[in-house]
Design a protein around this ligand. Sequence first.
Ligand SMILES: [Zn+2]
Length: 257
Amino acid sequence: MPEGDVVWNTAQRLHAALAGQVLTRSDFRVPRYATVSLVGQTVTEAVSRGKHLLIRTDRGLTVHTHLKMEGAWRIQPAGGFRDSHRLRVLLANAEWLAAGYQLGITEVLKTSREEQVIGHLGPDLLGPDWDATAAAARLDRQPGRSIGEALLDQRNLAGLGTVYMAETLFLRGVDPARVVGSVEDLPALAELGHRLLDANKERLGHVTTGDSRPGRENWVYGRAGRPCRRCGTLIRRAEAGPPGQERLRFWCPNCQR
Ligand SMILES: [Zn+2]
């Protein structure tokens, strides 16, 4: 599942291609919105909120999408588009075409009602109003929950996925199975998650070690059975979370307590 930095970057690219331009083509391949046309409307902006994408028009409409597991937006010069059964929505102006594939959510709603779809989100790690203290307070509401699970809950803070959850907890020396109430300095933990996402938002990849060479980008994520870069202990991996929503965790049993 894409992390918040990928979604932020996607919003930037959508904004660059679509904002300020009149839509000359719009095509929704989702039954509920199949008859909706945004042709003639001007896109005012594209923004991300956590892992949600919002494309707003001058007539008070918002195209709300979420990449979920497999989704992606691709942007290309208008013309020369090859159709695909994976297409969920296509928006184009005279110059650029933006195509959303395999999106987990595709819907059109009034901009004034966006709160209905993003109002549940905690502080956005890459939002203009990021607030580590507020995020920590939300984490603290369920002190008996595992910190790994709590960090992935977008109602606490919006934008972290399994990569940054694993890396943030390694860098803070916290075992992902520990309960929230036993973790010291939650604001610092949340702030570190923000810094890692922020450092990666302009580029491809999720580099947390400071070394972007292939295979060296991360401390623990994706490294099960390999030696910890700090202490040599073998990195462990487990699935945790409610049935049907298990998420992978990676950790060093020596560095993280
Ligand atoms: Zn270690």
